[in-house]
Design a binder for this molecule. Structure first.
Ligand SMILES: NC(=O)c1ccc[n+]([C@@H]2O[C@H](COP(=O)([O-])OP(=O)(O)OC[C@H]3O[C@@H](n4cnc5c(N)ncnc54)[C@H](O)[C@@H]3O)[C@@H](O)[C@H]2O)c1
Ligand SMILES: Nc1ncnc2c1ncn2[C@@H]1O[C@H](COP(=O)(O)OP(=O)(O)OP(=O)(O)O)[C@@H](O)[C@H]1O
Length: 288
């Protein structure tokens, strides 16, 4: 079981454009400090609430673990941006759903007590590694934690997405687009589009069509070491990374996707049970 080398410094990122989070941040900072954990804040978040901060690079280097104070979107962004630094990420929920950011404000004190006596888990979760190979030969690389969604640029048009799996043409998706989700992302857009929920420590991709104009399209699960190559005969389609970063894909460009060599590391309470989270947050099995 993976252990943190030390638990002395936590690096915080706050939900963007939310200066009202300041009193909550100060309260939680106090709770960390009362347990002997130094708190650092990223410059961008600090400017938002009118205090001192350090660059994201310094924050990642100086922290033993990183903390997202916000919703799932803030955590997704932090996991992606900090991926190269290999620091475990903890999500404290100050957003709406908090499916990924699963420590509630009320649980912070208790979680810190558990953390300091080794009662925690570091889960390694599959990431997507990808790049766009432009027709010009230029390459643009990215990582995704939830999903890569290829869709039409305007609502009035249908997109066609051609998918090759491990070098072999597999299928042409015609409709609103295609989701390539990680197991973590399986409970996000993939779920809304009829894809399967996958246990987060599984290593595979899910290809789920969005509003397929066909009677014969189904979500497909493929192993993480396969390579997907997606392209479109349309003038332009859009690739969204975790619903946050957008790339344009033109005719002749290819979007290449595979499982990243290393996963992202999420810090959880030892008691966290994925199936309870499914029941509680997604109301799994509720009849109402
Ligand atoms: N129709 C849809 O359901 C739809 C449409 C667009 C994007 N999305 C998803 O939104 C994600 C980005 O999330 P955000 O919070 O930045 O945007 P957001 O604020 O628009 O929220 C989308 C919702 O999905 C939840 N969510 C995000 N990741 C999740 C996960 N792995 N499991 C369960 N729920 C999750 C969020 O808590 C939020 O309630 C994208 O990766 C995409 O999967 C969903
Ligand atoms: N670094 C970022 N870049 C772009 N968008 C971001 C970034 N961080 C957060 N967001 C977006 O800001 C919005 C609000 O953040 P967040 O998701 O954390 O809170 P929320 O919507 O209240 O909670 P939840 O996602 O749990 O429902 C989301 O749409 C999220 O995608």
């Amino acid at each position: 079981m993976e252990r943190l080398a030390q638990i002395k410094t936590a690096g915080f990122i706050l939900k963007p454009d939310s200066p009202e989070i300041k009193p909550l941040y100060e309260k939680i900072k106090g709770q960390f400090e009362a347990k002997g954990i130094r708190v650092l804040l990223s410059k961008h978040s600090a400017e938002m609430i009118g205090c001192e901060g350090i660059s994201f690079d310094e924050l990642c280097k100086a922290s033993d673990f990183l903390v997202s104070l916000g919703g799932d979107g803030t955590l997704l962004s932090l996991v992606r941006r900090s991926y190269d630094y290999r620091k475990p990420v903890l999500g404290i929920n100050a957003g709406n759903l908090g499916f990924l950011a699963d420590i509630t404000i009320e649980e912070v004190d208790n979680f810190l007590e558990q953390l300091l006596v080794g009662e925690y888990r570091v889960d390694e979760r599959m990431m997507i590694e990808g790049y766009i190979r432009k027709a010009s030969g230029e390459k643009m690389s990215f990582f995704a934690f939830n999903d890569v969604v290829i869709s039409r640029p305007v609502i009035s048009k249908m997109a066609q997405i051609n998918a090759a799996i491990d070098g072999e043409m597999f299928n042409s998706y015609k409709g609103d687009g295609l989701i390539v989700a990680t197991p973590t992302g399986s409970t996000a857009y993939n779920l809304a589009s009829g894809g399967p929920v996958m246990y987060p420590l599984t290593e595979a991709f899910i290809l789920t069509p969005i509003m397929a104009h066909s009677l014969t399209q189904r979500p497909l699960v493929v192993p993480a070491d396969f390579t997907l190559e997606l392209s479109s005969p349309d003038e332009k389609v859009i690739a969204m990374i975790d619903g946050q970063d957008a790339y344009e894909i033109f005719q002749g460009d290819v979007l290449v996707i595979k499982g990243a060599k290393r996963g992202a590391r999420l810090l959880h309470s030892k008691d966290r049970n994925y199936f309870s989270v499914l029941r509680e947050k997604l109301s799994w099995g509720d009849r109402h």
